[in-house]
Design a binder for this molecule. Structure first.
Ligand SMILES: C[S@@+](CC[C@H](N)C(=O)[O-])C[C@H]1O[C@@H](n2cnc3c(N)ncnc32)[C@H](O)[C@@H]1O
Length: 222
């Protein structure tokens, strides 16, 4: 009988955890770095620098066979548009990594007017080097992010797209989310048979992340 995939959730600081735990082969990252609204103590410029450095730290942590997939939503900050894909691209360039894909995930139907956070998110994948072999292309635009277990969650369909990519194009066995929140990426990864490890600074969210179950059958996994 197959053993069920593991899920481990550690309460701690993400970048310290990455420093203390070198990546094992077969590890890939699916994550969503915190917005400035979650780190107001840094101020805007401090958060922007922190974001790029944190994404770079995640990229440098990857094993040779791993990829990192970032799910990030643009915001308006004092009437300035903050393009988080640009921040991730900056980290990719700083690390000397390669961009594997950049997809758009609709959080609302195209045409919807949004006054705050963008109505789409970016899904960006990067690796140390271009992936070998030809790949079955997935959609460039995902029309529906899917259910969100809480307000800052990744959409379940976006997580499924990320996990399908890992399954079809990499040798990933374990998905790591160093900013795991309530564990959406971890729960979806488990439905694909990947072990999952999350780090999260909030104890309450850690407890939610240990318990979150997403039913693979009801979401019609590809
Ligand atoms: C955008 S949310 C992640 C949401 C998650 N993908 C989900 O679907 O539930 C970012 C998370 O990072 C956590 N966080 C912020 N700074 C952190 C740090 N330095 N180390 C670990 N977690 C942190 C926040 O508490 C928040 O839960």
């Amino acid at each position: 009988m197959d053993t069920p995939p593991l899920r481990e959730v550690i309460q701690g600081e993400a970048l310290a955890w990455l420093d203390e735990h070198p990546a094992e082969p077969g590890s890939s990252v699916i994550t969503s770095l915190p917005d400035i609204s979650e780190l107001p103590e840094l101020g805007f410029e401090g958060w922007r620098s922190w974001f790029i450095a944190a994404a770079e730290r995640v990229l440098r942590w990857l094993p040779d066979d791993g990829v990192a997939i970032f799910y990030q939503s643009d915001i308006r900050w004092q009437n300035v548009w903050i393009d988080k894909a640009h921040l991730v691209h900056s980290a990719v360039d700083n690390a000397g990594h390669e961009l594997v894909f950049h997809k758009i995930v609709c959080r609302s139907a195209p045409g919807t007017i949004s006054w705050g956070r963008a109505s789409y998110s970016h899904l960006l994948c990067a690796a140390r080097a271009a992936l070998a072999g030809s790949r079955k292309p997935g959609p460039d635009v995902l029309p529906d992010a899917g259910a969100m277990p809480w307000s800052r969650a990744m959409g379940v369909e976006a997580c499924r797209l990320a996990c399908s990519f890992l399954r079809d194009n990499t040798s990933t066995r374990r998905v790591v989310d160093p900013f795991c929140g309530k564990g959406t990426a971890l729960a979806v990864a488990n439905t694909y048979g990947f072990d999952a490890l999350g780090v999260e600074r909030s104890g309450r969210r850690c407890r939610a992340a240990r318990k979150l179950i997403i039913d693979a059958a009801s979401t019609g996994r590809p």
